[in-house]
Ligand binder design. Sequence first.
Ligand SMILES: Nc1ncnc2c1ncn2[C@@H]1O[C@H](COP(=O)(O)OP(=O)(O)OP(=O)(O)O)[C@@H](O)[C@H]1O
Length: 368
Amino acid sequence: MISNYTRTLPEVFKSQITGKPVHPILSIENLQCRYGEQVVIESVSLALQAGEIACLLGPSGCGKTTLLHAIAGFQPVVTGNIQLSGEVISSPKVKVPAEQRKIGVVFQDYALFPHLTVEQNIAFGIQSMPKGQRQSRTQSLLQLVRLKGFGQQYPHQLSGGQQQRVALARALAPHPKLLLLDEPFSNLDTELRRSLAAEVRHILREEKIPAIIVTHDRHEAFIAGDKLGVLSQGQLQQWDSPQDTYQKPKNLAVARIVSEGSIISGTVLGKDLISTPLGEVNMPTAAYESGDRLELFVRSEDIAAGEHPGAVMAQVVEKNFLGNQVSYRFQLAAGETVEAALNANVQAAPGDKLPLRLSSALVFDQAR
Ligand SMILES: Nc1ncnc2c1ncn2[C@@H]1O[C@H](COP(=O)(O)OP(=O)(O)OP(=O)(O)O)[C@@H](O)[C@H]1O
């Protein structure tokens, strides 16, 4: 049973200058969204502070887009509420129309206007600005997204990454209070995705616009986010910094979403000592008694190869070269298999046996 990650409700700070309360830019309290009888978002609460960038990560179908649509105003709310700068914009009784929310949205497919130039696309949402101001905003955004000189081109003359930067500039042009990006890089190849994730982070920082980015790619989320929200089965399992989420996942579902690894069994041998099919490992066991059976999550990088007292022999069943590392799948004597990411100088082929040892593992109560 995956325990729901419950957090204290959004904090409201007091300004040190005015003494007035400073609300999170976005706060969501006990949100539920449904399609007919199907509950897709169940009791989600979170707070995003001014200037923060959050990434929402989770498996396909877990409700990421639905949550984004609820914030944007495209999806009704069954219970709970959504507040922007302290004002309720969505609840069962309140629904501020999407176009009045001052929330920008960037979609996966860029959705640029094909018959408009890059400059015209960027200026589309700021027609009400005086001409001089509009032109200067457009030019500064062109520079910010590194497309100076491309202003007169049409979208089909640009690469995918360039088109997505135009879409970002267009969404930023009216100075939204919050920007929502729904899998903005998923049409791009892996390397470009990650460099664009870093670039988008830089651009949002420059513009001081808080954002929520939905992604499937944990590396993209680690690069772009100050906060990482892990959504699974319609519930926000964790809402923390990427580093804390990686190092201290709240449950097995989060561990599996944010890292590569394997599940193995363990038995508590005594104080802070657990026996596993990969040998004995020192871990806090205060919550358990000797003899307790546990499920452990072993991250691929927590397994090392080489002669060592206590190492156990394991047989290579699969090997994939990744450059500086090689990903191996090993069969252990007890029949379990584990994934390990080993240094490329370890030479082994399927069928070979290697001594392995475990440096650490994650233990979860009622792990499944
Ligand atoms: N318009 C709709 N009508 C009915 N069910 C829907 C609708 N949109 C989404 N769903 C269902 O709601 C669930 C969550 O969908 P959602 O698109 O929010 O997930 P997601 O996490 O964004 O998925 P993905 O990563 O694949 O885009 C899925 O089971 C989906 O089938």
